[in-house]
Ligand binder design. Structure first.
Ligand code: FE
Length: 206
């Protein structure tokens, strides 16, 4: 099944040397041909630049840490639970939350392209789309984690989730120690993008 991505057919995922120039040229061409409306484009860019990003996923994680009923709902149907917080839309139609525990660390990849839960995390980082990450996350997850500065205890198993055409995963990192009773806003500030991909951990309480 196809993954819903423009870069699906480009296994190298290489950007041209002058992407901004090429984008501008394309935008001009498409506008002149009447195929796009620059104002509509601005709305889309504003959405992904300012409204959609890891801060959304961080709110989901913080609530999962603090609200047992919400955690249960997230386990039952993450798509519906996230939509209930207003996080829904393209690339977020079939969300699955995977919880880190002292025994299991979860890590997400899309070996075929770059499927990613946009409504929760925004646009994927370049490394997530790279051949190196996509190949090595599966073959040598611990080595990849080490490169991200993550060193897990020996007894903790790494489970790698390969995104499919339909499913987008959100890692729920382990709640940092010493955060009992914290407000969700303070908790969310500890939740990084990488922690929700599984290539990082939540920040320690300070
Ligand atoms: Fe994909």
């Amino acid at each position: 099944m196809p993954h819903d991505h423009s870069d699906h057919d480009d296994p190298q995922s290489l950007l041209p040397p002058d992407p901004a120039l090429r984008v501008k040229a394309l935008e001009t061409l498409l506008t002149r041909k009447g195929l796009i409306d620059p104002a509509a484009l601005d709305v889309i860019i504003d959405t992904y630049a300012h409204k959609v990003g890891p801060q959304n996923g961080a709110q989901v994680v913080a609530r999962a840490w603090s609200d047992p009923a919400f955690l249960a709902a997230l386990r039952e149907n993450a798509t519906a639970a996230c939509a209930g917080m207003g996080f829904e839309g393209r690339q977020g139609e079939h969300l699955v939350a995977v919880e880190n525990t002292p025994r299991t660390h979860n890590m997400v990849v899309c070996t075929l392209c770059s499927c990613y839960p946009w409504p929760l995390l925004g646009i994927p980082p370049g490394w997530y789309k790279s051949d190196a990450y996509r190949a090595r996350a599966v073959r040598a997850p611990r080595a990849v984690l080490a490169e991200f500065g993550v060193h897990l205890p020996e007894g903790q198993t790494v489970r790698v989730w390969d995104s499919t055409a339909e499913i987008r995963y959100l890692v729920i990192p382990q709640r940092p120690e010493g955060t009992e009773g914290w407000e969700t806003g303070a908790l969310a500030a500890l939740v990084t993008r990488d922690a929700m991909i599984g290539t990082g951990l939540a920040k320690a309480a300070t």
